[in-house]
Design a protein around this ligand. Structure first.
Ligand SMILES: Cc1cc2nc3c(=O)[nH]c(=O)nc-3n(C[C@H](O)[C@H](O)[C@H](O)COP(=O)(O)O)c2cc1C
Length: 210
C-alpha cells in the first residue's frame, strides 16, 4: 500500500472487532517500533504488550471508560524512563561500541557528554526528554501499523498513576506515557466513515524561499 493511502486508511478506532492479530503481526509491529529514531539513540522507554483480558480488565478501571483497552486484540503501553543514571549511559555506550566494533574507552568523550546532558540535569528535564522520545516511537508505531493494515488508537486520556500501579512500573523505573490498543476495526465502527480533518497543505507547510 502506498504510504499516503495507508495514512488515509488509518483512523483512531472507536470499536475493534474480536479478531486477534497473529504473534507474527504483533512482533513485526513491535520490531518496527523498536527501530524508531531517538535522540542520541538512547531509547529511554520500553513497550509493554498486554494480551491478558484479566490484566486489561484491571487497567480498564483507570481508562476513563475507554473500553477498547479491553476490547481489542492487544494493548500496547509505551512507558518512559523516569530517571537516568551512569549505568544507563554506560549501557548505551557499550551497545554503540559493540555494534560499531570500537572500544568503549574510545567513546569516553561521548559518555562524558551524555552524562552531562542527561544525568547531570534535573529529573523533570530528563522525564520531559524521555516522554518526547516515547512520542516519536508512537508516531512510528501508528504509521507502521497503518502500512500493515493493523488498526490502532493512541490514548493519553488515562489515569497514569493507576496504570503504573497495575503494571508495577515504578519498580522498573518507568511510567506510562501513552497507550495504544491494536487490532482490526469492527465493521460497525462508524468512526471509520468520518472525514479526516487537517489544516491544508498550504497552511501546514511553509516553504521558506529566502
Ligand atoms: C498523542 C495522542 C493522544 C490521543 N489520546 C486519545 C485519547 O485519549 N482517547 C481517544 O479516543 N483518542 C485519542 N487520540 C486520537 C485522536 O483523538 C485522533 O488522532 C484525532 O481525533 C485525529 O484523528 P485522526 O487520527 O484520524 O487524524 C489520541 C491521539 C494522539 C496522537
Amino acid at each position: 500500500m502506498h504510504i499516503l493511502q495507508a495514512l488515509n486508511w488509518r483512523y483512531p478506532v472507536r470499536k475493534f472487532s474480536d479478531q486477534v492479530l497473529t504473534e507474527q503481526q504483533v512482533d513485526t509491529l513491535l520490531e518496527a517500533t523498536r527501530l524508531s529514531a531517538s535522540s542520541y539513540g538512547l531509547q529511554p522507554y520500553r513497550i509493554l504488550v498486554v494480551k491478558s483480558k484479566a490484566l486489561r480488565g484491571q487497567l480498564l478501571d483507570y481508562s476513563h471508560g475507554q473500553d477498547k483497552v479491553l476490547h481489542s486484540s492487544h494493548l500496547l503501553i509505551i512507558a518512559s524512563k523516569t530517571s537516568a543514571d551512569q549505568a544507563f549511559i554506560q549501557a548505551h555506550v557499550q551497545r554503540v561500541a559493540l555494534a560499531r566494533g570500537v572500544k568503549s574507552q574510545e567513546l569516553a568523550d561521548m559518555e562524558a557528554f551524555l552524562q552531562h546532558s542527561f544525568v547531570d540535569v534535573s529529573n523533570r528535564q530528563f522525564v520531559e526528554f524521555s516522554q518526547q522520545q516515547a512520542f516519536v516511537a508512537l508516531g512510528n508505531l501508528l504509521t507502521s501499523a497503518a502500512s500493515m493494515q493493523i488498526d490502532t488508537c493512541a490514548i493519553t486520556g488515562i489515569d497514569i498513576a493507576g496504570f503504573d500501579k497495575v503494571l508495577g512500573l515504578a519498580e522498573k523505573g518507568l511510567s506510562t506515557t501513552v497507550i495504544c490498543p491494536i487490532g482490526i476495526r469492527h465493521r460497525d465502527d462508524r468512526r471509520a466513515n468520518a472525514k479526516k480533518t487537517r489544516v491544508s497543505f498550504e497552511q501546514m507547510v511553509i516553504k521558506v524561499s529566502q
